[in-house]
Design a protein around this ligand. Structure first.
Ligand SMILES: Cc1cc2nc3c(=O)[nH]c(=O)nc-3n(C[C@H](O)[C@H](O)[C@H](O)COP(=O)(O)O)c2cc1C
Length: 149
């Protein structure tokens, strides 16, 4: 996930809405997000509710991207099985050539916004004496907890 914005409590990234994860988000809005930094032996785990960003927001972001990135977003049916990479490449260049400054965002591509209600900060230590620090939102309050390694 290429996180593009954090606006107040909303974390925003972009994707193909027809991709496997896009279809999963349609069937339920609960997600679990894991970020791990090997260099610092640190992990953050989040639980959140996810939804699409507004069409206006997705349009605005799309307009600010490079032509090449947008050509790829338009030409790729993300995660579909293909016969050869050549096919992808040809589709990409054909789309790129056909693009004008007026080319609009396709309706199958756009933003997702998720609002975390649970954070677990995990810090790895010697002998697996790992520290796990949780912030869990219950109602309007963030409850702080420490978990067993
Ligand atoms: C550093 C990095 C950033 C990524 N950013 C995104 C992203 O912003 N949006 C996205 O859909 N996939 C992104 N991906 C690819 C996803 O991890 C995933 O492989 C892809 O979305 C296919 O998922 P799907 O099967 O749900 O279509 C990124 C992968 C990496 C390694």
């Amino acid at each position: 996930m290429n996180l593009k914005y954090i606006n107040a409590n909303e974390w925003i990234f972009f994707s193909n809405y027809n991709s496997p994860k896009g279809c999963q988000f349609e069937s339920h809005n609960q997600v679990s997000i894991l970020i791990y930094w090997a260099s610092t032996n640190t992990q953050i785990r989040m639980k959140a509710k996810i939804s699409k960003t507004s069409e206006e927001f997705s349009d605005q972001h799309f307009q600010g991207r490079t032509k090449e990135k947008n050509a790829l977003a338009i030409s790729s049916n993300q995660s579909e099985i293909i016969d050869s990479f050549d096919e992808v490449s040809k589709n990409f260049y054909k789309t790129l050539e056909s693009m004008t400054p007026e080319t609009n965002r396709p309706n199958f591509w756009g933003g997702y916004s998720f609002t975390p209600y649970y954070f677990e900060f995990w810090q790895g230590h010697e002998n697996r004496l790992n520290k796990r620090h949780v912030f869990d939102k219950q109602g309007e309050e963030w409850i702080e907890q420490i978990l067993q390694p």
